[in-house]
Design a binder for this molecule. Structure first.
Ligand code: HSE
Length: 313
């Protein structure tokens, strides 16, 4: 039997929501798991990457042995029903750029989990899949939208279970995602974060997070402009993510721009703006990356409202 699952890329954090906000976008990985017939062949993992988005260097971020995050996720699922994975061929068709802050590892974990769950006859429900994916990923803000789609706020409870709620997104607000040629591994981007932060900074983010949710429900441009700020991770990551600080500076006086934030752990950057003046905003974005001498791909895309789906069995 063979199962394929298509999983969207995700943008986590979105300014104030470090480790708790994320949204799905229409770029996908497809993960296929096949039970092999020969006993004793073990677990084989292959990665097929789209050259346009992923080069050989970035493929080094995906281990293909039992240290692989996909193997760990599949193993946890099997263990949860008292079994161990064996005789499986896992193929990852990667179209999500790797090490760009777009949730490529969460997509791989989620795809592996859903495909394995299907092969096993669906022993795990959504709640169990969310917990396992978060346990492997370490935080729920990529894994949750990868599973359920949309823009979600999400939290990890003390028992490891995940709570999430979908949030609305005003049609007039546009996402411009900047994916630079540079790479940044999540471990490196997390290693620069302090173990503790000043209470004033924690309060700053709590205030903005509350504003963010209210601004979405009331489509309040001005409140969203105040909300899309962060003191918990972006200031520490600026030096690793060229583009973020310059884009913030160059876009801060643009009336139609609501905010400029790091996508996940970076180095990609998300600019949120109103529909009017989009071409002017994109020109400023292009000029900024040009001045930095960094090639960049710009994507205008809607939020993907579907999470991971089984595409074939
Ligand atoms: N919230 C995570 C981070 C997302 O910012 O490190 C990256 O996987």
């Amino acid at each position: 039997m063979k199962v394929s699952v298509r999983v969207p890329a995700t943008v986590a954090n979105i300014g104030p929501g470090f480790d708790c906000l994320g949204l799905a976008i229409p770029l996908y990985n497809t993960i296929t798991i096949e039970e092999t017939v020969l006993p004793g062949t073990g677990v084989e993992i292959n990665v097929l990457a789209n050259e346009d988005v992923t080069d050989e260097l970035s493929l080094e971020h995906i281990p293909m042995d039992e240290n692989s995050i996909i193997y760990k996720a599949v193993e946890l699922l099997y263990n949860s029903i008292g079994q161990s994975p064996s005789e499986l061929k896992i193929t990852i068709h990667s179209e999500i750029p790797i090490a760009k802050g777009l949730g490529s590892s969460a997509a791989v974990v989620v795809g592996g989990l859903l495909a394995a769950n299907q092969l096993l006859g669906c022993p795990a429900d959504e709640a169990a899949l969310l917990s396992i994916a978060t346990e492997v990923e370490g935080h729920p803000d990529n894994a949750t939208p990868a599973i359920v789609g949309g823009l979600v706020l999400t939290s990890t409870e003390e028992d490891g279970s995940i709570t999430y709620r979908k949030l609305p997104w005003p049609e007039e607000w546009v996402l411009t995602l900047c994916v630079p040629e540079t790479e940044l591994a999540t471990e490196i981007s997390r290693s620069v974060l302090p173990a503790e932060v000043p209470i004033g900074d924690a309060v700053f983010n709590a205030q903005r997070m509350a504003m963010f949710v209210h601004a979405l429900h009331t489509k309040d441009d001005n409140l969203m402009k105040l909300a899309l700020k962060d003191k918990l991770h972006q200031p520490y990551r600026m030096k690793l993510a060229p583009g973020l600080e310059k884009l913030m500076q160059n876009l801060k006086h643009e009336e139609s721009v609501l905010g400029t934030v790091l996508s996940g752990a970076g180095p990609s950057v998300l600019v949120i703006s109103k529909k009017n003046n989009l071409e002017k905003v994109k020109n400023i974005i292009r000029d900024t990356w040009n001045d930095l001498n960094i090639r960049v791909q710009l994507y205008n895309m809607p939020i993907e409202q579907n999470g991971a789906i089984i595409v074939s069995e």
